[in-house]
Design a protein around this ligand. Structure first.
Ligand code: AMP
Length: 416
């Protein structure tokens, strides 16, 4: 038997319905924020992620699905959404007229060769959004508010935004230097990955999952102490806006996010002070890194798996329709023709209608009525049909009425 690959799963039944519900909620919310939908290809040139996400990141070094295609091209399956969206933005020269920002959201499958565990898979879906063109702190506030409201609308009220700033280039460079000076004398105490990180990107030492509870980590220099005046004012301004928007946030000076491309604002959405449901921030240098002009941008991404887990853990029920409007039963083969055109008419009029496709006995058809939880049922029989009539029955109250075959749609319209 061929089984599914490790870290992948099939989406069907209730899970499919839950995801469709989340999709609808998020799409409607994004429209309120005037974001348009985008989908980029599942595979891109590997170089995009090497340069965009960063050669030194865990994601590119350990987690990407890379292969050489039949045309000898180095290809990578999409591990995250931002780099592809930036490639689209540059390739289509959308920076040409930036009198308004370019705002897009996505809902795409991602691929990372990670160790699968609860809420962590090798194929997973992320919802995310990017806003290009504005360096104003109002755009950062808008991004945080969109992420925040998404969870609130899904019923997750107990969320906090963990917030930090890396500052501008100058502040980040000073901070980087302070971190190197701080960790260098203790290099032997660091995990093997962090011993490498100290040269490539010391900020990521703070992200280390192996050592993050150690005293050395706790006492590490804090980003906020290395901000220049401009970056500090900017961060204060962002907090003022978040206060005005009534957004629940906490400053976390250790938050740096795993990817290379962030500057200024970085944030994560955390549930009940435990795990991160999603994260994002400002990445003013990335468009230029990928050969575009210097265009500021801010974005966010969250995973469906952890969101669904969090909704389940918090007993948030998702409205799942587990009933149908009408089940058409027939006594013998001769009524099948009538069933076929009646179903056509009912479905085109927006009703969820079903009949027996398995040539079952009438008794078994009645069992299907209950299994499908049908609100109404009609038993087609030739006797009634001769007079263009049917008997329609309310499956709950068991009341029934004889009506003209031409009045079924109107009848259901009135009663449902
Ligand atoms: P990242 O792109 O790593 O910043 O992750 C953003 C969000 O995507 C995380 O907070 C998770 O909700 C989700 N995510 C990241 N990696 C995975 C994965 N392997 N499986 C499921 N969800 C993931």
């Amino acid at each position: 038997m061929i089984t599914k690959q490790k870290g992948t799963y099939d989406i069907y039944g209730d899970l499919a319905k839950k995801r469709a519900y989340i999709n609808d909620v998020l799409a409607a919310l994004c429209e309120k924020y005037n974001y348009g939908y985008i989908e980029t290809p599942v595979f891109e040139a590997s170089e995009l992620y090497h340069r965009g996400v960063g050669d030194a990141t865990d994601m590119v070094q350990k987690e990407t699905y890379d292969f050489v295609d039949r045309g000898e091209r180095n290809i990578t399956l999409r591990p995250e959404g931002t780099a592809g969206v930036v490639r689209w933005f540059i390739e289509n020269k959308l920076y040409g007229n930036m009198s308004d920002p370019v705002k897009v959201y996505y809902n795409m499958k991602m691929y990372r060769y990670e160790r699968p565990q609860s809420g962590r898979n090798r194929e997973f879906t992320q919802w995310g959004f990017e806003c290009f063109g504005s360096d104003d702190v109002l755009a950062d506030a808008e991004a945080i508010s969109l992420a925040y409201n998404a969870y609130r609308l899904l019923g997750l009220d107990n969320i906090t935004i963990k917030l930090n700033t890396l500052g501008d280039f100058e502040s980040r460079t000073n901070y980087r230097e302070a971190l190197v000076n701080y960790f260098k004398p203790h290099i032997s105490e660091l995990c093997p990955d962090c011993q490498e990180r100290i040269n490539k990107n010391p900020l990521r030492i703070l992200d280390c999952k192996v050592d993050d509870k150690s005293e050395l980590h706790k006492n590490a220099p804090k980003t906020l102490d290395y901000l220049n005046e401009e970056s500090r004012t900017r961060f204060e301004r962002l907090q003022e806006l978040l206060d005005l928007m009534d957004i629940n946030y906490e400053i976390d000076t250790k938050l740096v996010r795993g990817l290379d491309y962030y500057d200024h604002t970085v944030f994560e959405v955390v549930l009940n002070d435990s795990y991160a449901l999603g994260g994002g921030g400002r990445y003013n240098g990335l468009v230029e890194t990928l050969d575009g002009p210097s265009i500021p941008a801010v974005g966010f991404a969250m995973g469906y798996d952890r969101t669904i887990l969090a909704m389940e853990e918090n007993d948030i029920s998702i409205p799942i329709n587990d009933s149908i409007d009408l089940y058409l039963l027939y006594v013998s083969d001769s009524e099948k023709e009538t069933a076929s055109y009646l179903l056509q008419d009912l479905r085109l009029n927006g009703f969820i209608a079903e009949t027996d496709l398995m040539c079952k006995s009438l008794k078994s058809q009645f069992k299907s009525v209950d299994r499908y939880n049908a609100k109404y049922l009609i038993v087609l029989n030739d006797e009634d049909l001769k007079n263009s009539q049917v008997t329609i029955k309310d499956n709950k109250t068991k009341e029934e009425e004889k009506i003209s075959i031409n009045d079924i749609v109107d009848y259901l319209d009135m009663h449902l």
